[in-house]
Design a binder for this molecule. Sequence first.
Ligand SMILES: [Zn+2]
Length: 287
Amino acid sequence: MDTTAVGRARHQGSHSVAKSTDMIEFAREFPRRVSRRLSRIVPFRPTRLRLDRPIVSFTFDDFPLSAAEAAAPALEDAGMRGTFYYAGGLAGRLENGQEIAGPDVAADLFSRGHEIGAHTHMHIDVHRTSNGVIRSDLALNKREIIQLTGGCAPTSFAYPFGRLDLRSKFLLRNEFSSLRGIKTGVNAGVADLAHLKAQELYDSSSTVDSMSKLLDRVERHPGWLIFYTHDVKLDPSDIGCSPAYFRKIVELVRRRGLTVETVRDAYARVTGQGADRQAGAGALEGS
Ligand SMILES: [Zn+2]
């Protein structure tokens, strides 16, 4: 018996099984990939921004205690305020080695003039979550934010992981005055309020020099530049920055005399309408 031929046939058999499994996975994943890609390209709330000057917003996702302790004072020292996207389910917990700020810290930030925006409560990836679960998760997070701010409903949202698809974007598009992703860029001309562009502030990927050049461009061609980061501490994570780096960026912005506003206030400026008018225009249960 030719064992080599048998072995080859067996090998080819397992190979074709693996190949067909790959094909099934590809067929299942392909529409999702297209949906994700399209959601980042197709504007759901295209709006021409009123930009008589450049505007800068500083934002923080999740947000670690270090951002509240190091970044908020740096902004305040320069007369600025930031937007902190709150995920109630992470609050007060240790996540990926980061101590996440609790509701008392968020309440304190709010009392000092910062904005508490919304992430999802459990930091769920909305493009992999059913509409019903997204609805209840957002409603819970919203109630928590209203409670810690003494009645101020969140009007700004950031997609966890920066991920979205057509379905989730459609569901969320009118639930907040603005929804921010992580697609790199400056918002100018006609911007998509359901997926605002942003610029990461990470020690691992940006430098004072590169951010200085970006600010030069924003001064020449006015736009709404939204910075985002996570932890702000010595030896930061790959998605955070050091306090020294953060202060340098704040100083670059301050020296240029640029207008710095929370996302909520900047939204009101660039659209000419209050954030509250748009937020909640949708019909999420309990939100
Ligand atoms: Zn996040």
